[in-house]
Design a protein around this ligand. Sequence first.
Ligand code: M6R
Length: 365
Amino acid sequence: EKEGYDHFMLKEIHEQPKGLYETLNRRIEKDGSIKLDGIHLTKEDIENFNKVFIVACGTAYHAGLVGKFILENLAKIPVEIDVASEFRYRDPFVDDKTLFIAISQSGETLDTLAALREAKRKGARILSVVNVVGSSVARESDDVFYTWAGPEIAVASTKAYTTQLMCMYLIGLYMGRKKGVVSDEKYAQYMSELKQIPDKLANLLEGESAIHDLAKELYKREQVFFIGRGADVGVSYEGSLKLKEISYINSFAIAAGELKHGTIALIEKDTLVIALATQDKLYEKMLSNIQEVKARGAYVIGVAKEGNKEIEKQADRVIYIPDCMDEVSPFLSVVPLQILAYYIAKERGCDIDKPKNLAKSVTVE
Ligand code: M6R
């Protein structure tokens, strides 16, 4: 059932264009508007919320980090985010004006389920973004929005993450439209960008062998830093988690602007830094961050949009992603990081689909 791929992870990486196409297109009506099957939020409900709380674990939490950006930008509502194991024990301020969004591939993660129950007890409206149909999180939610990723077998989550992102954009657009804060023009621009994502991803996947070559060069490293700004911060966290969980390399992600507040002390000659610089608005800032680490001798792999060539002057190597609007770049920038993690783990001879000490769904505390 691996359909010719060596591992489920690689197969699932390649299934992303299809999963994203399904997650998006099943929700678009003939007139171009969004239909959120499984979600029964009326205009009044949406206007009644004064806050969104996103709660999840691991990769799903990283989808939430990008989701926070998107919801604040589109639905114009304050968004808090927490990992489920913290949320459930810290008596967070949640009431009947809170929209609680749980994100979970399996729908069986115990911490996420316990956090959901806690939010429900406090009166929040519970919406979940889930992949497994009929799972516990789905059953206990008021509204369920399914990712159409299909079954995800590999412990390292890939297609669930990108389809979770797609759901967050759709929820943001839907809420923003109902509230009247997303103009026709902005809506059309987002829709056009989102519709192009599956094909752009398919193109990106054609460049897989170049990333494999890069992995052959890097697989003996024992430490990696991921840095980024804006929407790239969440992607840095995800790239770092992917790498550490399957290759056992000590990897660390940090907002690039935070480096100078301590972590830069660890950057020395030949330290490997993966610098995401996909945000046009923050490009110059990222270039200075790259300069900062280069000045200390770091070996830098940049990730940038096609056409933004200035980065070549500073980074040692550059991975290009197709050009797109800043706000949708996480779909495209995460994929080279998934592939890099995969091939690095493969070169290191790791058991990629079943990394040590990890389970596909964590149903214990
Ligand atoms: O099934 P869930 O999405 O609730 O799982 C959450 C995390 O356990 C999961 O994303 C984990 O971090 C993955 N191994 C990451 O690849």
